[in-house]
Design a protein around this ligand. Structure first.
Ligand SMILES: [Zn+2]
Ligand SMILES: [Zn+2]
Length: 381
């Protein structure tokens, strides 16, 4: 008996008890015959069969797929993307019946019904949109839910790198989260996780939401500064991951927003996994309780010789190297200090705290206060 004859025999056996639609039939036998189209194959096999009955496995689900295709086209119409994939949710009872038939008639090794539904929809969607079906790294993913007749679209996040220069004092680096959802995103904040946009984070986020669309923007900063600090030179590097973007690219490398200049802005594959090593050049204005003279200030040069030891609140010890120190007396109890230091030195505590050793107050042996500090530049190693 030929393979084909054997197959006809099995089909007849199945059909006596379990009517199948052409798609299910084709799927169960396509591997045996190496045929590309399950439905065509099903048509051929079942030509003489009674196909008026409902499919035992899928209850004729495949007839409904055009409806889902339309939902997919509608939901994706605002998105720019090149590739897509499809996840399928169906009733467990359908999968059980599919498994039952496959084991009962020794048809293991054939595709499951979910795979087939996804492939059928993908074929029609590709044909309509000319987009690529890509299960590995798709730009957007549809979840086709045949249990509640809905389609959900998820667009893969994109990440940008950039630098910002801040030329006006009084702007926070970070934005407070939406009070309603603590940053997760909710209806009240338009799913952005923030509801105000005055900080650096807020302004960059707003720009991205306007230009690219998306829900939340999550930042990774290379260091931080005070609200009153300026950030000059080439600026502070940052990374921002935008969830659910509508577009996937931005053809500009710099932009300005109020007091903020963004440069070196570009799409990257992902934010760095490890913290980046960097150096900050900082200028500080310091006032002292007792009068100072330049000879006295020379003691600060000791900072170039040994790393500063920093204890954080939990008592963890770390060391920060200071590459150079410069000072200039302004008046009898005010001087400026220029430093180039390893990133992450807590500036305020370095001036007046007792958990950064040696601190400025300790070295000068008089209580010191920092009235402002600015970043002249930040260099990433
Ligand atoms: Zn079926
Ligand atoms: Zn919210």
């Amino acid at each position: 008996m030929s393979d084909h004859q054997k197959m006809i025999l099995t089909v007849n056996q199945i059909f006596k008890k379990h009517p199948l639609c052409n798609n299910c039939l084709g799927r169960l036998f396509s591997k045996k015959l190496r045929r590309p189209s399950n439905k065509l194959l099903g048509n051929k096999i079942s030509k003489n069969q009674n196909s008026a009955k409902k499919c035992f496995i899928c209850k004729n689900l495949f007839e409904k797929l055009d409806y889902f295709l339309k939902l997919m086209l509608d939901s994706s119409s605002n998105y720019s993307y090149d590739s897509f994939s499809i996840g399928v949710i169906i009733k467990p009872s359908i999968i059980d019946k599919d498994d039952f038939i496959r084991s009962q008639y020794k048809l293991r090794g054939t595709d499951g019904i979910k795979t087939d539904i996804a492939r059928e929809i993908a074929k029609s969607f590709s044909k309509k949109t000319k987009k690529i079906f890509d299960t590995q790294k798709p730009d957007i993913t549809f979840t086709v839910n045949l249990k509640d007749d809905s389609v959900q679209l998820h667009s893969k996040s994109i990440t940008f790198a950039g630098r910002y220069v801040k030329t006006i004092r009084g702007i926070n680096q970070k934005q407070k989260s939406c009070v309603n959802c603590s940053g997760k995103g909710c209806r009240m904040c338009d799913f952005h996780g923030i509801s105000e946009f005055e900080s650096i984070e807020g302004q960059i986020s707003k720009f991205l939401f306007e230009k690219i669309g998306g829900t939340t923007a999550k930042f990774t900063w290379i260091g931080g500064e005070d609200k009153s600090s300026l950030v000059l030179g080439t600026g502070r590097p940052f990374f921002v991951k935008l969830q659910n973007p509508l577009k996937r690219n931005l053809k500009l490398i710099s932009f300005e927003r109020n007091s903020l200049k963004i440069s070196n802005f570009k799409l990257i594959s992902e934010s760095p996994k490890q913290p980046l090593k960097f150096y900050s050049s900082i200028q500080l204005k310091i006032s002292t309780s007792s009068d100072i003279n330049s000879k006295y200030l020379a003691k600060l040069k000791i900072l170039e010789k040994h790393p500063v030891v920093v204890y954080d609140k939990s008592g963890k010890r770390s060391e920060k190297k200071i590459l150079f120190v410069n000072y200039k007396k302004i008046s009898k109890n005010i001087f400026t200090l220029s430093l180039k230091t390893e990133g992450g030195l807590p500036i305020m505590r370095f001036i007046d705290g007792d958990d950064v050793i040696p601190g400025i107050s300790q070295i000068l042996d008089t209580p010191c206060k920092c009235s402002e500090f600015d970043f002249k530049d930040i260099e990433v190693q």
